[in-house]
Design a protein around this ligand. Sequence first.
Ligand SMILES: [Zn+2]
Length: 182
Amino acid sequence: MTQPTTTAHPARALRELGGHAFGYESAGRLVRCAECGAYEGGVSAADGTVTPCTGFAGYGGDHGRVYLLVTVRPELRDGWVTPLIWRIEQTGLARTPQYPWRDGQLLVESAPSVVEDLANRIRGVAFDLAGRSRVPAAAAIRQLSEPAGRAVLEANRAAYLAEEEAGGEQLRRRFDALPAAG
Ligand SMILES: [Zn+2]
């Protein structure tokens, strides 16, 4: 499957797009939604109205969004977060938004009708550590409303940007401290 690129119409308001995340397919010029897989031509009527996005097929046509905040066991935070995300996305019941991770907690998006099933499946995810088998990945799972989930993402993003900034400042200082060439 070709992965659509990111949203192709930044100038158009999101509500006009019915929640679809349209992007050009890497081959050809067809515009396709990264979530529901529908082509723009298929969901746009001649009068400009757009059928709202149903999200992932696994969301079952549910337009609502909720979030799960998964606290990952400390011993699994190093090296096991990516496999965990992979296992969660494999269920088809969730997706990982941008800036999903901070302070040992992973935020994933889902839909109200399937979120309970998703939480149960996440509880079943376990990894084999050296000398210990089947260590459950999640220490706790908390369900958040859409606004609450978005607030967490916004806080994660701010923290990430602040860290980037601090890292850049450190590099600059180190560079300034280097003896001049010559
Ligand atoms: Zn869509």
